[in-house]
Design a protein around this ligand. Sequence first.
Ligand code: HEC
Ligand code: HEC
Length: 374
Amino acid sequence: MRKLSTVFVLLVILVGCKQQPSEETYQWQLPNEFPTPIVPVDNPMSQAKVTLGRHLFYDKNLSANQQQSCASCHQQQYAFGENIAHSTGSTGQPHRRNAQSLINVGYNKTYTWAHDQLTTLEAQILIPLFGEQPIEMGVTGHEEIILKRFNTAMYNGLVKDAFGDKELTFDRIVKALASFNRSLISLGSPFDKYAYQMQNNVLTKQQLRGMSLFFSERLECHHCHGGFNFTQSTSHQKQQLDLRAFHNTGLYNTAGKYSYPTDDTGLYEITGNERDIGRFRAPTLRNIELTAPYMHDGSIKTLSEVIDFYAAGGRQILTGEHQGDGRNNRLKSQFVKGFELTAKQKEELLDFLSTLTDKDFINNPEFSNPFSTP
Ligand code: HEC
Ligand code: HEC
């Protein structure tokens, strides 16, 4: 019996390798037969690329003025998000949006808060590197100088391991960073242990009641934050969902031509289609406890307030430039309809959301700053 199962496991591995020859050198950290993310054919995963990418991710030499690395805005302790409403770029320019957490991003169907055409990490990573509105790393115009900084014995070795020779280019930098980002897998939360590893005693009764509320038709949370990543925006090797994962949640209803603040109208900016005003991607709720403040502009401070927001069926802003009643936004999703919760039920829901926190993820030494001595 034992032998048989070993043979079976070997067979599965062999068949798996045959389908993805390019991934032989990389061992995904995926429990319980989770499907592997889709990887572009011209950038197969390898441990050497992930290692190079990790060094680049934490290296301030990658920004023109050496003030900022990717990790300045994407910090491991906050599940690779940030604990402030808006990020600031390397030259001090404010970013209008809240830095997203980087959790299972290899599975994302689209990238950033509101873009339906940005479908690979490789494409997304060009934005913080080369983008000028706002300037994040400020690479544009400083490519040569930046590349020279990486001509060190350590990087020569890492680049050679990853790509076969020591020449570093921005194409290779992007590929390595994308590989490191794909390696950021978080599937070890108490919820995962309960739902996917069949450990029945991990969640308390209160958390289970919160889970029922989360998945109820009355609250509808799961409608938009569904699947194993708690977002509709998931695709993987076994299945590609084709859902429009962008929604107007009634966060605003300002006066004027647009019902959202004009500096960020969401998906509308990309499509020009009026019905997309205020539509943003439903983000993952994994590690959500760690990623306050919330929403695309960091305008809700706590999880408790997020629940009040959904219970009210949108946000009413009484004064200031964004004054208006989001509950009546005519483009609001029909699934944000409001509901009543007792104080106890609210606690239960919050307690359930806390079961999505993966301590191993934020403490995983493989993801930490390779330059800081432990
Ligand atoms: C100045 C802060 C800042 C820096 C530096 C920065 N980011 Fe970001 N990152 C953000 C913000 C803000 C967003 C959301 C952007 C949006 O929605 O328009 C984001 C989004 C992302 C996303 C999309 C995540 C998702 O779920 O769609 C990825 C991936 C990412 N960043 C990776 C990186 C990498 C790699 C670097 C380094 C090359 C980097 N970031 C540097 C602030 C930053
Ligand atoms: C109609 C789809 C939809 C429904 C239903 C929905 N959400 Fe959301 N959720 C979103 C979208 C879209 C965003 C981002 C909105 C934005 O930034 O403007 C979001 C944001 C969030 C955030 C903040 C995430 C972050 O990283 O900042 C939390 C927390 C959240 N939702 C929890 C819930 C809970 C709990 C429920 C059920 C009570 C729920 N959502 C119901 C679509 C939905």
